[in-house]
Design a protein around this ligand. Structure first.
Ligand SMILES: [Zn+2]
Ligand SMILES: [Zn+2]
Length: 164
């Protein structure tokens, strides 16, 4: 027997989320299942609108935007989903891994592109800072802002001289 190819790192999260929802007394409804699966398959954060549009694109499920918001609120309340604010007035959501494994984000101030990144040294440094505060630190937010390669490239196109 060969192990199945693991394309979805969040497969464990999906099981975890289902278990926690059942424990909290929520039955697996159509909207909830659809949103859960969409979140599990996403590599990074999405807005409620994006989740709604992606579900609609699959054509097999009709989930209203109000249902998407309601399910997301529920999942955030159960700490199964992290709500992320970049200060642009739009909330984004992503699966919260049960072991605390997480990434952070770099946001383009030009086009709004969001990329995830992980940095173990950064995590260690933050843990050290946390200990020195004397607080019992349970969470942290890190957001890097700047221009993505596309925006930086188009802006500086006239200024950069070709090599050689
Ligand atoms: Zn992310
Ligand atoms: Zn971190």
């Amino acid at each position: 027997m060969t192990a199945p190819h693991q394309d979805a790192p969040s497969a464990g999260w999906l099981d975890h989320a289902r278990t926690e929802l059942a424990r909290a007394g929520h039955r697996a409804g159509g909207a909830r299942t659809a949103v859960l699966e969409q979140l599990a398959g996403a590599g990074c954060c999405q807005t409620a609108q994006e989740i709604h549009d992606l579900l609609r694109g699959t054509d097999r499920r009709r989930v209203g935007i109000a249902s998407v918001y309601r399910v997301l609120d529920q999942l955030v309340g159960l700490h199964l989903v992290t709500k992320i604010e970049f200060g642009d007035g739009v909330s984004r959501f992503e699966a919260a891994q049960p072991g605390g494994h997480h990434h952070h984000h770099v946001v383009c101030t030009g086009c709004g592109r969001v990329d995830p990144f992980e940095d173990r040294d950064l995590e260690r440094a933050i843990a050290g800072s946390g200990r020195r505060t004397g607080f019992e630190v349970t969470d942290h937010d890190v957001v890097l802002r700047g221009r993505c390669p596309d925006c930086a490239g188009s802006r500086g196109a006239g200024e950069v001289s070709p090599p050689g």
